[in-house]
Design a protein around this ligand. Structure first.
Ligand SMILES: [Zn+2]
Length: 66
């Protein structure tokens, strides 16, 4: 069983792809802020894992309202 992974998310400001390490053993929704490696603007990252299905990991990025 896979317990961690690097997931790809796209910056909502400049469109570049970033990667983030994710602990897949966390069952709950993960919601945190990551800065883009190119434009350094904060993106809100939301990860949803389904422990019943290793392949079912969803990642989305959103613009932060700051
Ligand atoms: Zn960016």
């Amino acid at each position: 069983m896979q317990t961690d992974d690097d997931l790809v998310w796209r910056c909502q400001y400049c469109g570049v792809e970033n990667t983030v390490w994710v602990d897949l053993t966390v069952a709950d929704k993960q919601d945190f802020i990551e800065e883009c490696r190119i434009c350094c603007r904060p993106n809100r990252i939301i990860i949803t894992t389904n422990l019943a299905d290793d392949e079912n990991v969803l990642i989305e990025s959103r613009i932060t309202d700051e």
